[in-house]
Ligand binder design. Sequence first.
Ligand SMILES: [Zn+2]
Length: 190
Amino acid sequence: MSQTKPTDTMAGQECPFCAQGVFKSCQVDYKATTPDEPEIIVKGVWVEKCSSCGEMVFPPDSSDYIAQVIAEETEQLTPAQLKEIRERLGVDQTQMSEILGLGDRTYHRWEKGTQYPSRSMCYYIRILGRFQTTFDWLKKREWRKDKATTKIMSRDEIEYRFPDYYRNIRPASVFEKDYNPAREFSSVFQ
Ligand SMILES: [Zn+2]
């Protein structure tokens, strides 16, 4: 893969950083860091470089190109793909941040392309994007509504885990032959 030379550039314009040189188009190898890969080299990225101070600026096409290469190398989602998934799920960026349990601006940075989500997070978002009901389940935090399940424990296990209960407040029925301890504990914990 190689980048085609961008047409919308600052080439020929005066450098605003030093006000001495002018920008010239050239290709560089761009070094990116992501949460999963220590270093990804994106080769042959078109930049504008000042002839005097050496300051470089990236045309928008080049930023997109870098994001695309990184996404392909790491199986990540590009900012454009993230946006598409989010819009399909029908939430804004702030909501998406909250639903995914992220920090305040984290999701915004992913969609802006100034920060990259981890590969595992991208797998996770792909699943959410594919199954709306899964996304809705997460969004509503449905697991909170699930009733605590009642586990049947053996007498030994009860004695071990709840020694005080077993010693002091066990009902007479504990000693009944077909007593189901789980029945007792479900009323204790509700
Ligand atoms: Zn300059």
